[in-house]
Design a protein around this ligand. Sequence first.
Ligand SMILES: CC(C)(COP(=O)(O)OP(=O)(O)OC[C@H]1O[C@@H](n2cnc3c(N)ncnc32)[C@H](O)[C@@H]1OP(=O)(O)O)[C@@H](O)C(=O)NCCC(=O)NCCS
Length: 184
Amino acid sequence: MVLTAGCIIEPMREADIPEVQAVEREVFLTPWPRNAYHRELASNHAARYLVLRRGEAILGYGGLWRVGEEAHVTTIGVRRQEQGRGYGSVLFAALLSSAYELGARWVTLEVRASNDVAIRLYERFGFKVMGRRRGYYSDDGEDAIVMWSDSLHAPAFKARFRRLLATLTVVGTGDPPSMEYPVR
Ligand SMILES: CC(C)(COP(=O)(O)OP(=O)(O)OC[C@H]1O[C@@H](n2cnc3c(N)ncnc32)[C@H](O)[C@@H]1OP(=O)(O)O)[C@@H](O)C(=O)NCCC(=O)NCCS
């Protein structure tokens, strides 16, 4: 059960960036360069960045880019003390909804090979491990696992996503994709 009282998913705004960076420093070994979020919000029209807010506080954030028919999840993080309560699932669902809205056909991401929690989360949404990039993370040389969704139009993938969405009650997570093909 996600603790949803007062929670909402919203597009990330300029004013959110300092708090997003504070969350990022808490959960990532190597945060993005200082200006990266400003640049993304100002000029990357193929990108979507979201925050999960409870009251005034940002509990987590995530982003993706659309590249051709693919959407690449670029980042997702939840405050350390708020992890394990379903917020990561809420954010990931919202990113998937964004991928549908952007007209992507597949979603892909890289994740540290040791990041079991994140890998399990993505697997719950039907993502599969499709490859490994050796020494991908330059800070410590860890391998990346490359994961892909099935086609976002595949009935089984959509049905699974709809079931998961139905368990999440945070405002702004997105509407379930239509089961009609190829309507999103
Ligand atoms: C990966 C990450 C975003 C997941 O966020 P999260 O909020 O912890 O995710 P969830 O709570 O939705 O799911 C994580 C686990 O908590 C469990 N969980 C969810 N709600 C729960 C609850 N109310 N009580 C107990 N456990 C719960 C889930 O079942 C899941 O367990 P599992 O891994 O055994 O299946 C978060 O751990 C994080 O920020 N990590 C650091 C940054 C990172 O690694 N990002 C990913 C880069 S690819």
